[in-house]
Ligand binder design. Structure first.
Ligand SMILES: Nc1ncnc2c1ncn2[C@@H]1O[C@H](COP(=O)(O)OP(=O)(O)O)[C@@H](O)[C@H]1O
Ligand SMILES: [Mg+2]
Length: 458
């Protein structure tokens, strides 16, 4: 069994053809040769009949008269072959013709005729023998010819049959190849569909007009897809539920530690309490981010719920939250906002921007000697796109790391801050949900990071 169905089918068809085509050709050849030979036999027999009519009895004596013209026409009837004849009297005596043809004794009954193969002077010939009435006895007429035209006809038939068989074989092979390809088409189509699928696309396969043999395969794949989709759904819900459940107690924990730090407390526990507070902060943020991720994923499954959103308004709202925090950290957070209309989910776009500003603030303020400068831009990006950009003058991300930082939970070796590596993964997911392109570029003067999200304009 070959690994390809098509190759297996073609191989079997080829083997069958190797068996059938030559057998058929041999039968055709033999039939045609027999028909040719029979036709030549008839014309030879006709000559014997004609010569037999020239035998007559005159005054009790058998006579045979062949005029020169008839003899000439007999001898030259075939250009390829030599023709011989002989007429034998009732006693077997040669009355006329070629004596060597009389050598073999042949006994015939009244009215009998026969065809046979013999030789004249070592040359094979075909011979017709007729019994002819003469007086009360029987005379014989024998006519023979060499086999030249029969052999030529045989050769021609062989060439013709062979050519026809080869041509038919080739045509048949081409036709079968075509038919097999077309028959395999549904399988190829299913294959292509599956190959083009993204991991998020778990819809049932397109069916079109599938043959009944492929139907069970598609049913099985669809069933598998349904199970995977259900399972993925269950997992997403679990993550969302878990994050949601964690959020309330973790937020409470963060608030409590913050308040506790404000109360008078023994200096010996101050450092511990600060660490506790930072951990609470970090883990509360992680729960928030997990919830955002789960929501972004759920949204990508129902793009029907998109609404017109102006990115300028989203950035405006973000300014309210982030300007005070930037001031607190001594960073200059600026906005250059032009209207930028997209179709999307407002709160997800807010989360996207929040994660980008959070990163810029976290990483650009890492160098105490260089005042952090962060700019948020919205506007037209040309080519039917609108863009949202967050640029900072921090350390930036090395080009070799730019793909990997988009992975969940990935942080480059030696990354500062208390993050978990989810921020840019959230940005990527939300961008994807909105059909937007995400690019990590260099900031002004080749310093810092400029994150650009290009949306299709609404
Ligand atoms: N504005 C930025 N400037 C420099 N590095 C950045 C910036 N934003 C992200 N990074 C780098 O990319 C990594 C991944 O970012 P992110 O996914 O937000 O996770 P986290 O901030 O929790 O580490 C960060 O650890 C940091 O090294
Ligand atoms: Mg981050």
């Amino acid at each position: 069994m070959l690994r390809s169905l098509k190759a297996t089918l073609m191989l079997w068809v080829a083997l069958l053809m190797l068996l059938i085509v030559p057998t058929r050709a041999v039968f055709d050849l033999r039939g045609q040769v027999a028909r040719n030979d029979a036709a030549y036999d008839v014309s030879l027999s006709d000559w014997a009949l004609a010569l037999g009519n020239l035998v007559h009895v005159e005054a009790g004596e058998v006579r045979f008269e062949l005029n020169a013209q008839t003899e000439e026409s007999l001898r030259t009837t075939s250009t390829d072959d030599s023709i011989y004849y002989v007429v034998l009297g009732p006693d077997g005596r040669v009355l006329a013709g070629d004596a060597p043809l009389a050598e073999r004794p042949i006994t015939l009954k009244r009215g009998e005729r026969l065809m046979g193969d013999t030789r004249i002077g070592g040359v094979p010939v075909r011979m017709a023998v007729h019994a002819v009435e003469c007086a009360a006895a029987l005379c014989q007429v024998r006519v023979a010819e060499t086999l030249g035209k029969r052999e030529r006809a045989r050769d021609e038939t062989l060439v013709l049959t062979g050519t026809v068989a080869l041509a038919a074989g080739a045509l048949f092979a081409a036709a079968i190849g075509l038919v097999v390809s077309r028959t395999m088409h549904p399988l190829t189509a299913v294959n292509e569909q599956l190959a083009q699928r993204s991991l998020d696309d778990l819809r049932p396969l397109r069916r079109g007009r599938m043959p009944s043999e492929v139907q069970p395969l598609i049913d099985a794949v669809d069933q598998l897809l349904r199970r995977v989709a259900t399972d993925a759904d269950r997992q997403r819900h679990f993550i969302a539920d878990a994050a949601h459940q964690l959020r309330t107690p973790l937020t409470a924990l963060r608030t409590e530690t913050e308040l506790a730090l404000l109360e008078p407390h023994p200096p010996a526990v101050h450092a511990t309490m600060e660490r506790l507070h930072r951990s609470a902060q970090r883990v509360a943020r992680l729960a928030d981010q997990l919830l955002t991720l789960a929501r972004a994923e759920a949204s990508s499954r129902e793009p029907g719920a998109f609404e017109p959103v102006n990115l300028k308004t989203v950035a405006h709202d973000a300014a309210r939250d982030w300007v005070p925090r930037a001031l607190e950290r001594g960073a200059d957070l600026g906005f250059q906002l032009e209207p930028a209309q997209v179709l999307g989910r407002r709160h997800l776009l807010g989360e996207l921007l929040a994660n980008l500003i959070h990163n810029a603030l976290e990483y650009a303020t890492s160098d105490p000697d260089l005042p952090a400068r962060i700019t948020v831009r919205t506007g037209n990006g040309g080519l039917g796109e609108v863009v949202l950009e967050v640029e900072d003058n921090g350390p930036g991300i090395a080009p070799g790391e730019r793909d990997r930082v988009l992975e969940r939970f990935y942080r480059p070796p030696g990354a500062i801050g208390s993050g978990s590596g989810l921020g840019l993964a959230i940005v990527r997911d939300i961008a994807q949900t909105h059909g937007a392109r995400l690019s990590l570029l260099e900031g002004e003067d080749g310093r810092g990071l400029r994150v650009r999200v290009s949306f299709p304009a609404a």
